[in-house]
Ligand binder design. Structure first.
Ligand code: FAD
Ligand code: SF4
Length: 470
């Protein structure tokens, strides 16, 4: 009999006063007892609406039932059949806009905490120790597989090691393909490694997922920029015959306003890469410094802005977040917004920067802003912000971090002039990830523009399945 509690079972969090001085994970996860209690809220609905809200169709009622029966291993195995990164997705997926949005329990109270339960199930190692390899049923009746079996391996080059690349590589490796990932940075993982901070996604989890991939035989070559240090033709010369471009959307956008080039104004990408990948928060133990000063302003309202603001706070700054729309319109996950507010990030909503001003020493000293009001909905369906005349004011700062969006990385596409791309730089690919070039696929943010981990993974998997079934 389902537990009729209207609210989600509470998940313990790191105490707020401790959070401001540490990069330790904030959300601590369910205990076995809490997980069983929350699993007991699931109604096991016949039509499974939650499943249709999941971009990779995880069998949600089934894995929740397994947790309720006390079988965490089985729950983990069920999820891994369609999601190879459950520990990551349980932590970072925007469930409130996906599975939980469609959960029947949400009609009268809070939906079942599907994300928290996914995270709980992910803690369990597969029962047979090889679940990742065995979990996913793959159709092996295709020429490429035959070629593998007859001793002529089909070599696939995956460009970029973010969620799209990892998911494509994992699916292909399970089907017996020889897969190499080429990654521009010195560590694999894409945004999971360089963007999302330790306090939201511990890096040992990302490493574990990558180790699982290499144990399937996937090779990962870091410090290789495809389009610069190696071209697709070079890779063809090395015997690669299929290519999956998963190079992400890591090109920061700016507003092109006065003062944006002042020292102390930097993109969230640079800031987060220094902090997360280069471990600047452990300076001087790690030798990358990062400058925040006493006061930091972060511009933007998405996950990137929340992560930058919460990192700056942990590095000792007083942080003000400036966003041109209201809280309702913020694209960040609801939980990240709540945590940022709890930790002391000050929100200046309906506010837009118009100029960065300089201190006497030549560095940034403030952000001149105007107040905004919301007008008619724009193409994205969100109400368009417009300036309120005469509302100018200035926020003092020592650092301004810009998190207003990222465009696709241009290195691969600019080296492939025949590859069809959108005006804004996204690679044009069909639902299976096929581009206009034969045997060249593309997936993830490189195609969609900045989106989500799970959408990138789903797209990577579809490319792999098309290669497998070709
Ligand atoms: P990426 O993860 O960007 O990986 C692309 C990889 O390709 C990178 O490692 C890059 O170095 C490499 N690369 C680029 N060019 C080349 C080249 N020429 N040669 C070789 N390698 C190359 N999504 C969520 O669902 N939930 C969240 O909470 C969330 N938070 C986020 C926080 C931040 C700070 C950021 C930046 C994004 C966040 N996102 C979140 C979005 C999500 O991380 C991305 O949508 C997802 O990572 C896209 O995956 P991808 O594999 O397409 O690209
Ligand atoms: Fe359970 Fe909600 Fe899915 Fe129904 S919609 S099966 S209650 S998780």
């Amino acid at each position: 009999m389902a537990d009729m509690a209207k609210t989600k079972t509470y998940m313990p969090l790191l105490p707020i006063d401790k959070r401001r001085a540490t990069f330790e994970e904030v959300a601590l996860g369910y205990t076995a007892e809490q997980a069983r209690k929350e699993a007991g809220r699931c109604l096991n609905c016949k039509h499974r609406p939650c499943v249709s809200g999941c971009p990779v169709n995880v069998a949600i009622p089934e894995f929740i039932a397994a947790i309720h029966e006390g079988d965490g291993e089985r729950a983990g195995e069920i999820i891994r059949k369609t999601n190879s990164l459950p520990a990551v997705c349980g932590r970072v997926c925007p469930q409130e806009n996906q599975c939980e949005k469609l959960c029947v329990r949400g009609r009268q109270g809070e939906p079942v905490a599907i994300g928290r339960l996914e995270r709980y199930a992910a803690e369990f190692e597969p029962r047979n120790g090889g679940g990742r390899q065995n979990a996913e049923p793959i159709n092996v009746n295709h020429p490429a597989k035959t070629a593998v079996l007859s001793g002529t391996p089909v070599k696939v080059a995956v460009i970029g090691s973010g969620p799209a690349g990892l998911s494509a590589a994992g699916t292909l490796a399970k089907a017996g393909f020889t897969v190499s990932i080429f990654e521009a940075l010195h560590n694999p993982g894409g945004v999971l490694a360089y963007g999302i901070p330790e306090f939201r996604l511990p890096k040992n989890l990302v490493k574990k997922e990558i180790d699982a991939l290499t144990s399937l035989g996937v090779s990962i070559e870091t410090n290789v920029v495809i389009g610069k240090s190696l071209t697709l033709d070079d890779l063809r010369g090395e015997g690669f015959s299929r290519f999956v471009i998963c190079s992400g959307a890591g090109l920061p956008q700016f507003m092109n306003i006065k003062g944006e080039t002042l020292p102390g104004v930097l993109s969230a990408n640079e800031f987060l890469t220094r902090v997360n990948l280069m471990k600047a928060y452990r300076f001087p133990e790690f030798d990358t410094p990062v400058r925040v000063g006493r006061k930091a302003v972060v511009v933007g309202g998405g996950n990137v802005a929340m992560d930058a603001a919460r990192c700056a706070l942990r590095l000792g700054a007083e942080v003000t977040l400036v966003y041109r729309r209201g809280r309702e319109e913020m694209p960040a996950r609801a939980e990240e917004i709540e945590h940022a507010i709890e930790e002391g990030v000050r929100f200046e909503l309906l506010t837009n920067p118009v100029e960065y001003t300089r201190k006497e020493d030549g560095t940034v000293g403030g952000v001149s802003c105007v107040r905004m009001e919301l007008g008619e909905p724009d193409a994205s369906g969100r109400r368009r912000p417009r300036e309120i005349a005469g509302s100018e004011f200035t926020i003092d700062c020592d650092t301004a971090i810009i998190a207003i969006g990222n465009a696709p990385n241009p290195t691969v596409t600019s080296a492939l002039p025949d590859l069809a791309t959108q005006k804004w730089g996204g690679v044009i690919a069909d639902d299976d990830g096929r581009t206009n070039l034969p045997n060249v696929y593309a997936a993830g943010d490189a195609v969609s523009g900045a989106a989500t981990v799970i959408l990138a993974m789903g797209a990577g998997m579809r490319c792999a399945m098309d290669i497998i079934n070709m």
